[in-house]
Write a protein that binds this ligand. Structure first.
Ligand code: GTP
Length: 361
């Protein structure tokens, strides 16, 4: 087993403002860009060559990963001039594949954190002589996802993308964003235009009689597309709930990157990460949060379930709960940002001016 395509060209709008400067898959999760975790997991499953399918801010990937040799895989890059969607991106990346027509090619969404048995997925694809094998996961509320019902033998019966009508909620199995394609099937996707693999390619393959199988894997699964999921994923890697070979350190209650300075009178816990060059001052609390590089958390500040962008400053006694603070923002003392509040990059907020929530004490 050898080749994979990693889709990393999305704009990551749900994680703004953090994705204004940095593509979503390059945001640091548990101390390293999320893509580094994915490459490490793919490598551990036997993948030796990865085509990185980029579009938005493509250069950020090649500057960090180079030819992949320091990560133990061969990396090649393809870039779309304008985003081609998931299916168009897979087709575009195929120009760089070396696999033969009947070989398996793994495809990974660039924002899914998962413990799926990658080698097992390929094995099942082979055993079923399938055109495509899809990794499926079960969720409590599938409405925001692509539903993929299967029959008793595991063959896919339908694709129901983000269904709205109750009668369409026929299963709790959803498309988990990792596939094995027969190489020749990739080459059958139309070239040079926008294609959605979920809305167009899969339904058309099904209609045309192709063999698509769904493999339900109960392993850990999380789509890191929202701020809440992003901090959860980072926490789970730091704590070891989902092991990653790319974690820079050993699992524990927090991860302090080299150059982080934490006052002995501060508390950092709940799987938090403190980035390189960041400072956590006395009596501050950082719990279940991600603090990027070069940020300052002031005296007595309280940061819970939040993301603090690179170089941002959080003033003394300021509280963040479920908030996102963009790169370089400066928040003065004694402000309060709760429940999904976002502070734009480079914003300046004076002392004692913002209290974003009415239902707190
Ligand atoms: P949101 O804007 O927040 O929805 O995020 P997103 O742009 O990443 O979209 P989404 O989460 O639906 O994308 C799923 C995966 O496909 C992600 O890993 C994206 O990086 C990737 N992706 C989405 N669209 C494209 C595209 O046009 N080209 C490439 N190369 N990758 C894409």
């Amino acid at each position: 087993m050898s080749e994979a395509i990693l889709l990393v060209g999305g704009r990551g709008t749900r994680l703004r403002p953090l994705t204004v400067n940095t593509p979503k898959p390059m945001l640091p999760v548990a101390g390293v860009p999320f893509t580094a975790h994915q490459i490490a997991r793919a490598k551990a499953a036997g993948v030796t060559r990865i085509v990185l399918s980029t579009s938005y801010r493509a250069e950020v990937f090649s500057e960090y990963f180079g030819d992949g040799s320091s990560h133990g895989v061969e990396l090649v890059y393809v870039t779309e001039d304008s985003p081609l969607g998931t299916g168009g991106a897979i087709r575009h990346a195929s120009a760089q594949l070396r696999s033969g027509p009947d070989d398996p090619v793994l495809i990974f969404n660039g924002d899914v954190l998962s413990g799926v048995d990658i080698a097992g997925l390929v094995r099942q694809w082979r055993e079923a002589d399938a055109d495509v094998a899809l990794y499926l996961t079960r969720v409590e509320d599938p409405r925001a996802f692509g539903l993929v019902p299967t029959d008793d033998s595991g063959r896919v019966i339908a694709f129901l993308e983000k269904p709205t009508r109750p009668e369409e909620i026929v299963t709790d199995q959803i498309n988990a964003g990792c596939y094995v394609f027969k190489r020749s099937v990739i080459d059958s996707i139309p070239a040079g235009r926008v294609v959605s693999v979920e809305r167009e390619t899969f339904p058309q393959l099904l209609e045309g009689g192709a063999t698509l199988i769904g493999v339900v894997d109960p392993a850990y699964w999380l789509d890191l597309g929202t701020p809440a999921a992003f901090v959860e994923g980072s926490r789970d890697i730091v704590s070891g709930r989902i092991p990653s070979p790319a974690l820079p350190g050993t699992p524990g209650r927090c991860l302090l990157l080299p150059g982080a300075r934490v006052s002995r009178d501060a508390i950092v816990a709940g799987g938090s990460v403190i980035g390189d060059g960041s400072v956590v001052e006395a009596f501050a609390t950082v719990d279940g949060s991600v603090v990027f590089d070069g940020a300052t958390i002031g005296v007595g500040a309280s940061i819970v379930g939040s993301i603090v962008g690179a170089g941002a400053t959080i003033g003394a006694q300021t509280r963040l709960r479920g908030a996102v603070v963009g790169d370089g923002a400066v928040i003065g003392a004694e402000n309060e940002f709760l429940d999904g509040a976002r502070v734009w990059s480079e914003a300046h907020i004076a002392d004692c001016t913002v209290r974003y929530s009415s239902d707190q004490e």
